[in-house]
Structures are given as structure tokens and as C-alpha cells.
Design a protein around this ligand. Sequence first.
Ligand SMILES: *Cc1c(COP(=O)(O)O)cnc(C)c1O
Length: 672
Amino acid sequence: MSQTLQQDLLSRFRSLVPVECFDRYASDIKDGSYFGMPLEPIVRAEERLLSKGERSVAYFSMEYGLSTNFYNVLRPTVPPDARNVTTAHHVFSNLRAIDYYVTADTDHLLDLPIFSGGLGVLAGDTLKSTADLGVSLGAIGILWNKGYFKQSFWFKDGQMPEETDWDPSTFPGLVPLETRVEIPLKRETVRLKLWKYYVYSHDHRHVVPLTLLDSNLDVNSDFVRKLTGQLYRSDNNEWKLYQRLILGIGGIKALEALGYSIDLYHLNEGHAALAFLERAKGLPETDTQRLRTHFAYTCHTPVAAGHDRFSKKTVQDILPDEDYQFMKRYGADPHQPDQLNLTQLAMTTCEYVNAVAAKHGEVTRLQFPQFKERIRSITNGVHTHTWVSPSMAQLFDRTPALAGWREDPTRLKNILSLKDDTRFRGDLWEAHQVGKKRLCRTLRSWRLHHDTFTVSWARRIAAYKRPSLILQDAQRLVDIAKRVGPLQVILAGKAHPKDDLGFTYVNEMLSSIDALDKHRDLLRVMMLENYDTYIGQLLTGGVDVWLNNPLPPFEASGTSGMKAILNGVLQMTTLDGWVVEAADQDIGWIFGWRHEGTEIGDERNLRLHEDSEELYRTLEQAAQLYYHTVDGGRFRVDSGWLDKMIHAIAAAGYFNTHRMVGEYRDLIWSRV
Ligand SMILES: *Cc1c(COP(=O)(O)O)cnc(C)c1O
């Protein structure tokens, strides 16, 4: 690009994106480049969002997990601030002497800390696939000044939540804008500052601009400043309502201040439901009805108890009267007359409603019979380029039958044509071994072996996910190891700081691990501190079996298993969420209690005893097949394990956000 073109591009960028204190970023945004990425797609994306001729989408989400630490990493010219780097994770294992002296070192840039778990990772993966598909979309979220929380282990007594201390102003690619918006409320006015982060497509040809709202401004009261502090910290219901109105009302005001011309508003979960109320303000009834056809809502919550509710009094105390009346009209809780309910509001005001897996669609229709005609399901996915392990990506690249998988990940299903190809089967095993060795290298101090059968459970610690199922009767694991061969079990997960039951689980898991110290030669069990996307990628690309044991039907979808199958990691899972749609594809083993009929059931009846019995039996079968496959160092290329790996990768051709966003686009965003 010539120098004049570069200058022209920069001045267009600066007029479209009014960066506050631009001089601080001038060395990173210059010569046609934005933190090491091309500047041109940013200018094009911003211009498309301003254009009336483009049918652009606005996407709202409370959280975004973008894996900025390992995917499309933006490069600043100066080394990152130490607060924006993660260096080490403690480990709690049944080799305590080692835990005490060393940590697992994963020196990497902090993942932009504006997410807590699966909902955020899904939103992040959605933006990446939207960019890959070149759709014009502007995303809205919140700049969480204190992130979610950092988990530290406290001997075997459980987790200690610590504040995430990070620095937005030096985070690579994140820039503050001069733009401000205001939300006038009964008690005070909330003033918001806007930030931008750009999410690039895999080929760097397109971007999706993400606008983040921030209430941490001097002009706000101390209370308001704290609202965009810690994600999912809301000490009382008022606090929680303020956060919802920042996202919904603040989000619409931000889109207006940016001048974006939006055709469709997509709310990822009910948190942003107040967006409709803001757009409908002052419209006559017929226009309000028409506005509904411009709103879509993705419901992720499996049970009614999880929906956001506020007492009428709280809403009346905070929102202007016009807004309160609107909420009463469209968001009254059908079961509790003194409550307003954001799920109800979203269901009544959004023409397009989708659940996140087929099974979740059934459950949602049961819970909301009055909306059942409108509730469809669009099954979740993961962003293939983010979650594929480097060695698998290399194998896919050099396999002619998979040609074009990067442009169109659904082509991974063509892997089925290679089932009888002995050479490919050998290469596939080799690529898996590379991922496993990488994991063992990171945890080398704990002397993990790449030729030992390895299972992982890693996700948010919540009761219905049954985090400690595999440790119910740890002696059974020892017995399996004695009969079949050694086992390695790797666990990770954070419990929400206010979730007392979650705390108890972490505590219980650490104690069970501690009690296994005399069996450490046959059975290595470890729990990694501070589960994040970096560890997620390492594990889903490096273990043999991915354990997923939620109590059906409480897992709406689940996505970590989709990351695992993409890398040929087999599933050991209960029949719930996305798995129901892959149950006949032989991608591993299905065990445990099955949900049938029209009663949702009781979330507290965890069936730990029966289901752990079945888990141990299934685990023994899997270990037998594994050790048959590697038979004392001699690899058996015809093993059924390889068939399952191939089926798993073929299924990953479906369970990705490329396919999912394609469905959003065709069924919702570009409706006729
Ligand atoms: C993928 C991912 C999740 C979501 O996992 P589920 O299977 O849906 O529970 C949560 N946290 C991190 C860090 C992830 O990478």
C-alpha cells in the first residue's frame, strides 16, 4: 500500500473511530496497521454499519470470551503491562510435594477478562464466525474493570476468589472512545464511556467491531462507578437491575451515538431485554408491534429458576415511570404477581426466539407453552479455528479429502471417507500424540506420561454439572488402574464466589485428591487452578477422553465437548444438551440417567451414586480399548478407538459456529 493510501486510511479511521488520547496508541495504529493487523477491514466494517443500505445486525451479550491470548493475538509495539499477563497456575494433585514447589507455567497475555464461562465463549465464537462470514454486525458488551475473578487454591480447603487486576488502557487492541452516553434514571444519571475492540476473521479480511460500555467515570457516583466492576457480582437486586439496564438501554444509546444503522437486534440471553424498551420509547402501539420483528432472542437458561426477576418496587424505584409501565405490560411474571421477569419481557417482545440445542428447545417449549410456536432451536457450536489444536490443523491442511476446511469447517465431515485409509489413521493418532505431549510438557513437573490413558473434566463448577462425579468412590479408579493400566485424571473449574455449594464441591474434590496420595504411581489426579481458555484449549486438544456428566435435562447445550471432538478427543457423557444430536454417531460413550417425558424433574436429585457406578463401568471399557490400541508400545491402527476419533471429527463438521451463524443469518438476520 502506498504511503498516501495509508494516510488516507488512517484519517478515515480517525474520523470514524474517535479514539480518546490517540497519541498513546499512535505507534500501534499506523502504516495501514492496527496492532499488527490490517486497518482496512476496520474502516470497511465501520462504514458498513453506518450505511442505510446495509442490513446490519446488533448483537448484545453480557460477556464475551474471545481467547485473545492465543487466537488472532494483537501485537502492541511495547511489551504488555505485567497486569495484562498470566504467568502461572498452581496445581493441586496427589503428588503434593511437587504442588508445593512448582507451578504450571503458561506465560501468556491475559484473555480479555470480560467473561465467566460458556455463555461468553459462545458469544466470542459467534463474533469470530460472523467475521469469517463477512456479515455486517456490531456487538455490544460491558467493559468489566475487575474481570470475573481469579481463582487461587487454599491448600485443600477450597478456592479463594481474588480480584482480577488488569489494565484496560494498555490492553492490546482495546481503545477508549471520546464518545459518552447518558441514561437518565429516577435517582441519578448513569454516564457511560465507550471502548472498542476489533474481532478479526480467520483470514484477517473482515472484522466485527465490539463496543464495550464502562461506568467507571469520575462524574458518576461511587455506586455507579462500581457497576461495571466485576462480572456477575451484584450484591443486591438493584445492583443487578442497574447492570441489566446499562447493557440494554446503554447499548441502544451507544448504537445511536455511534450512528449505526441497525436492522436487527439480537439479544444473547435475557440480560439485554431492556434494549427493546429503549427502542420502543415514544412509539405508537402499531409501531411497537412492528418493532418486534426486528428483535431476536437466544435463550440459554435451562430452567425457569435461572431467569432474571425483579420486584415491581425495585423497578419502579429506579426506572422512569414510562419504562416501568412498559415493563409491567410486557414483562410481568406469569407466576409471581409482584415480580417482573426479563425472560418474559424478551419472549413477548422478540419475534424470533431460539433455544441452543434441540433438546433444550423441547424443554423451553415445555416451560413456556404460551410461546411454543415461536421457540425454535439453533444448536450451538464452537469456532473451529480457535479450538483446533495446532497439530490437528496441520493434519487437516495436508489431507486432500478435507481441502477447504478453513473456509468451510463443515467439510470436516468428509473425514468419514478416510476411515479405511491406514496411513491417515496412523497420522491421526500421531497428531493426537503431539497434542498430548504438549499438555504433558506444560505439566511435566507432575510427571504425566503421554502413553497413559488420560481423562479430563473441566468446566464451571455448578451442582447440576456434577463436578465430583468421577471422585464419588475414588477406590474404584484405583481398581480400574490395577486391572487395566494407569490413569491420569485432570480436573479444572471455578465456582462462582457467591455459590456456597460450588465452594463445597471444590473443597470436596481437593480432599478426595489428597486422600489418593499413596496411589500416585497408578493413578495421577490433579486439579488445575484458575481454569481459563488457555487451559481449555490445552486440555481439549491434549487428553484422550472428555468427561461431560451434567444431570439431564439441565445442560442447555454445553460447548467444551465440541472443542474436544474437533481434536479427536472422545466423549464420555450423559445424554444431554448437544450430545443428544450426536448420540447415534459413535463419538465415544454415553452413560447415566436419561431424561424422558414432560416433567423437568428436580435439579437437587443429583443421582450421584447410580451415575458414578455407571461412569466407572464405562471408564473401564474405555481404558481397555485405549490400552488395546497402544498395546505395550505397539500401536494398533485398526483399533475401534480410531473409528471413534474419525466419527468425532466428522461431527465437529456440524457442531461449529460457522454452521450456527449461517443458520442465524439465513433464518433470523436476513428474514424476508
Ligand atoms: C468452552 C469453555 C467453557 C464452556 O464449557 P461447557 O462445556 O459449556 O461447560 C467454559 N469455560 C471455558 C474457559 C471454556 O473454554
